[in-house]
Design a binder for this molecule. Structure first.
Ligand code: SF4
Length: 456
């Protein structure tokens, strides 16, 4: 286990120990699954594709389909263009998707394969049937993380599909690297307003499909191509989470003139309020009563349970958009996030967190492009009452005997996370109930007999 992690922190520049991120193609693959009838395609060796598929399958507990260029030594020397051409020929003949979304890997990037040229030539040579799409993005894994890979693929959706028609009344929402349940919740929120919203990508009904006994290679969910084209004529775009969604929103403004606003992921009351307010500002609509009631219920839980949350020290790690929004939410609940870390690079992360924490935890440790070894060392130096992060945190939680709430990506050892949202007021209720109940479970475990309570 992690019993040997030393307390003394030394500055490291060249070494990552237990990274708090994974590689770009995983995010690109996940985003591509959010297009209806799309087959993600990994341009590299079979090993990369197998790893990315299995990682997604273990998190979502659904079959994740993806094709690969199956590089061998020959492709490494002469380039993978021939492999991709052969793959496209086979894919359209055998699987017949509407879209093939190609992303690169470390190897194909190092070779320098020119994907736009390979795809253009494949179309000219008739390997891509009429009416079918092949899109691409570059996702070398020696830079960025799964979050930037997601962002790159979403931007490619704009680059390839968005069309500028007469301005419509509909709204685009780029939901960020969130669960299928979160995308469903965002759609529900828009429909409570009575709005037509295009949420892209959309993995609901793709990676949380009901069990019917029948297998569908292409499930019913995913954003439709017509809707992706229509993103270019929307009234505005709301990009949720700067890391995962801003690049696509910017590209859409540059390409089609659709104005955009970048917001935090709507986790917790304040961030969801800002999302709702942005919808109100753009549309002039008032929030529906259902939403106001949900907000009230979330605040009720916060009020009822604040004595169990107030002053509790917490360590948070994960993807930057999620960590920022969650930190703000937990601060609003009275908690003290004292160690906050993401594996994804980006100086803005540290600036933003310092701003959120300046009143409650001015000396907090905050790090972008950090690793879990550093997080563990911080915790050894200043222990916390709660750890929140993805499955990889369980080793630290066990070594230090800390209550642990799984949140973010990936969660490989629990179920339910892809079915219950954490965004919106309803998502906030679910998330907060898990946090409070985890703290109460620990209190039950630790309380002496005389303070062991039936009603808490
Ligand atoms: S880091 Fe590079 S080589 Fe490794 S799985 Fe990811 S894309 Fe493939």
């Amino acid at each position: 286990m992690l019993d040997m992690t030393p307390k003394e922190i030394q500055e490291r520049k060249a070494l990552r120990i237990n990274p708090a991120k994974t590689c770009q193609p995983i995010g690109a693959m996940y985003a591509a699954l959010g297009i209806h009838r799309c087959l993600p395609h990994s341009h590299g060796s079979q090993g990369c594709c197998a790893y990315h598929r299995s990682h997604l399958t273990r998190h979502y507990r659904e079959p994740v389909v993806a094709a690969t260029s199956s590089f061998t030594e020959g492709a490494a020397v002469f380039g993978g263009g021939g492999n991709l051409r052969q793959a496209l020929r086979t894919i359209f003949k055998v699987y017949n998707p509407d879209v093939v979304a190609v992303h690169t890997t470390c190897l194909s990037e190092t070779i320098g394969d020119d994907l736009p040229t390979i795809i253009k030539k494949a179309r000219e040579d008739g390997l891509i049937p009429e009416g079918k799409w092949v899109i691409h993005t570059n996702t070398p894994s020696y830079v960025g993380s799964h979050v930037t890979g997601f962002s790159n693929m979403v931007k490619s959706m704009v680059d390839y599909f968005a069309e500028s028609e007469t301005a419509g009344e509909h709204l685009n929402v780029i939901p960020g690297f969130v669960e299928p349940a979160d995308m469903r919740e965002i759609k529900s929120l828009l429909s409570q307003f009575g709005l037509r919203g295009i949420v892209f990508p959309d993995t609901s009904d793709v990676l949380d499909t009901p069990q019917t006994g029948d297998y569908h290679l292409f499930p019913k969910g995913g954003v439709r191509i017509d809707d992706l084209k229509a993103t270019g004529s929307a009234k505005a775009t709301l990009a949720l989470g700067p890391w995962a969604s801003e690049a696509a929103a910017k590209a859409l403004e540059n390409k089609c003139g659709v104005p955009f606003k970048v917001l935090d992921l709507p986790i917790g009351v304040a961030a969801t309020d800002r999302f709702v307010q942005a919808i109100m500002d753009i549309t002039g609509l008032e929030p529906p009563e259902t939403l106001i009631d949900d907000r009230g219920r979330l605040i009720d839980i916060m009020t009822d349970m604040q004595h169990y949350l107030y002053g509790k020290k917490v360590a948070i790690f994960g993807d930057p958009d999620q960590v920022i929004a969650l930190t703000e939410f937990l601060v609003s609940c009275g908690m003290k996030p004292i160690h906050v870390l993401t594996g994804t690079p980006g100086k803005r992360f540290e600036l933003r967190l310092k701003g959120i924490l300046k009143e409650v935890a001015p000396g907090a440790n905050v790090r972008a492009a950090g690793d879990l070894f550093l997080l563990h060392q911080w915790i050894k130096n200043e222990p916390v009452d709660l750890l929140v992060g993805n499955t990889y945190g369980k080793y630290i939680a066990r070594a230090e005997d800390i209550p642990f709430v799984r949140f973010g990506f990936p969660i490989l050892d629990r179920v339910g996370h892809s079915y219950f949202p954490t965004v919106g007021y309803r998502g906030g209720m679910y998330l907060l109930s898990r946090i409070v109940n985890t703290l109460l479970d620990r209190k039950d475990r630790d309380d002496a007999d005389e303070s062991f309570e039936l009603v808490m």
